[in-house]
Design a protein around this ligand. Structure first.
Ligand code: HEC
Ligand code: HEC
Length: 388
């Protein structure tokens, strides 16, 4: 390659253009070749996720990204890795209501499960403009409010930790002839996150592989409730990924829905007038600055939901049973404390959150259905983690 480059500089200008064009084409086909070495672990006939052109999937990038994801060297004080907040056993979410960063600063939100993120139309709990994983990853790395990995101000020191012999080999495999940089770290991390695909739950065996006995009779009844007009769950958690916020190669319509589910309707003491979600997190309104977007959040996937408690953007609901009670009540009435107020009457609440009554058995059926979305293989697959 080096000698070929030298040759180029000796050529007259027109042939230089031709040669560099060929080189570009050649590197494209090299990218293609590398990409085809990555197999999406998806059921035959399922649409593939879309991947940015400048970061095609390769086995080598996924492997490098995985090593970085579990490496505490990525935080300035070496106290935290991505994996410190995203644990495989909890579907790469966490079991505390809100995250705590490397310097012990508290995040206002719950770390979402990282399940089929490659299919997500938008990223984070409430942002309609954040559409690439590469962009999103910059937040935990460089964000200062709150500090998560805290790299800002420590860039050189952190980058130097990725120039060890071990990393040099991994980087050379993933990105031949490129210098270790944060850009490459982000690309590798994004490839690893994209590889976290979960599509082999009992529900998938039932729905897509024709195994009628893969889920229980109770779960079947629960499934019918989930998809009924009485409960309306499917309106927001629909499709193969159990969220409306899905994009893939066959879905060209741009859909980025966000909903107010009536979790809050805070009474502010001064005038005792209810005016919505707590000021420290108003959801989409913070991004759009529109009052009508107050309290609107993205409906997350429900795959592996059994293991990713506590729930909601702020981890404020502890169990699936309580989540169902919340929807049954048509919102949440908080009767004391800072966030007192009746979310059921939130004027911006979605019309699909209208409340319903279930018998004890029906509620159990619905929970049993949600549990058929648990993909045990995904939660324990050694391929997704670093062996100690
Ligand atoms: C301090 C805990 C913490 C650390 C460390 C952390 N995350 Fe997160 N992660 C979160 C929280 C909290 C959110 C939700 C942010 C929001 O909605 O504003 C999130 C969101 C995400 C999302 C978006 C998921 C979705 O469904 O849209 C991805 C992807 C992600 N993190 C990957 C990473 C990667 C890669 C790293 C390492 C570079 C990392 N995270 C480090 C807590 C953490
Ligand atoms: C109007 C759209 C809508 C409907 C209808 C709806 N959801 Fe949701 N769901 C959401 C949104 C939005 C969130 C996140 C809300 C938040 O964090 O503020 C959510 C969150 C959840 C969560 C927690 C997810 C997590 O990762 O923390 C569960 C579980 C859930 N919904 C189950 C259901 C069930 C079961 C039904 C039917 C009874 C249902 N949802 C109906 C929009 C909806």
């Amino acid at each position: 390659m080096g000698s070929r480059l030298l040759q180029i500089f000796k050529l007259p200008i027109p042939s230089l253009i031709v040669v560099s064009l060929c080189l570009t084409l050649q590197s494209c086909s090299e990218n293609k070749k590398q990409e085809s070495d990555y197999q999406w672990p998806i059921i035959k006939g399922f649409p593939k996720p879309q991947v940015p052109q400048n970061n095609p999937m390769t086995v080598a990038k996924v492997s490098l990204g995985k090593v970085i994801f579990f490496d505490k060297s990525l935080s300035a004080n070496e106290q935290q890795a991505c994996a410190s907040c995203h644990h495989q056993a909890f579907a790469f979410g966490e079991d505390i209501p809100q995250s705590i960063g490397s310097t012990q600063q508290k995040h206002r939100r719950n770390a979402p499960a990282l399940v089929n993120i490659a299919y997500n139309k938008t990223l984070t709990w409430a942002h309609d403009g954040l559409m690439s994983i590469e962009q999103q990853i910059l937040l935990p790395m460089f964000g200062e409010f709150p500090v998560e990995l805290g790299i800002t101000g420590h860039e050189e020191e952190v980058l130097a930790r990725f120039k060890t012999l071990k990393y040099q080999t991994l980087f050379a495999e993933a990105f031949p002839q490129q210098k270790v940089s944060f850009d490459l770290i982000v690309k590798a991390l994004a490839s690893y996150v994209r590889s976290l695909i979960s599509l082999s739950a009992p529900f998938d065996r039932y729905a897509y592989l024709g195994k009628d006995d893969a889920i229980s009779v109770s779960a079947l009844r629960g499934m019918n409730l989930f998809f009924s007009e009485k409960l309306e769950c499917h309106h927001c958690h629909g499709g193969f990924n159990f969220t409306q916020s899905t994009s893939h190669e066959k879905q060209l319509i741009d859909r980025r829905p966000f909903h107010n589910t009536g979790l809050y309707n805070v009474n502010f003491a001064e005038d005792n007038k209810a005016s919505g979600y707590p000021k420290h997190d108003t959801g989409l309104a913070e991004i759009s600055t529109l009052v009508k977007d107050d309290g609107r959040f993205r409906a997350p996937t429900l795959r592996n939901i059994e293991v990713s408690a506590p729930y909601m953007h702020d981890g404020s609901i502890g169990s699936l049973s309580e989540v169902i009670d919340f929807y049954g009540a048509g919102g949440r009435n908080i009767t004391e404390g800072d966030f007192q107020g009746d979310g059921r009457n939130n004027p911006l609440k979605s019309k699909f959150i209208k409340g319903f009554t279930l018998t004890g058995e029906e509620k159990e059926d619905l929970i049993n259905f949600l549990k058929t979305l648990t993909d045990c293989n995904f939660l324990s697959d050694p391929q997704h983690v670093i062996s100690e």
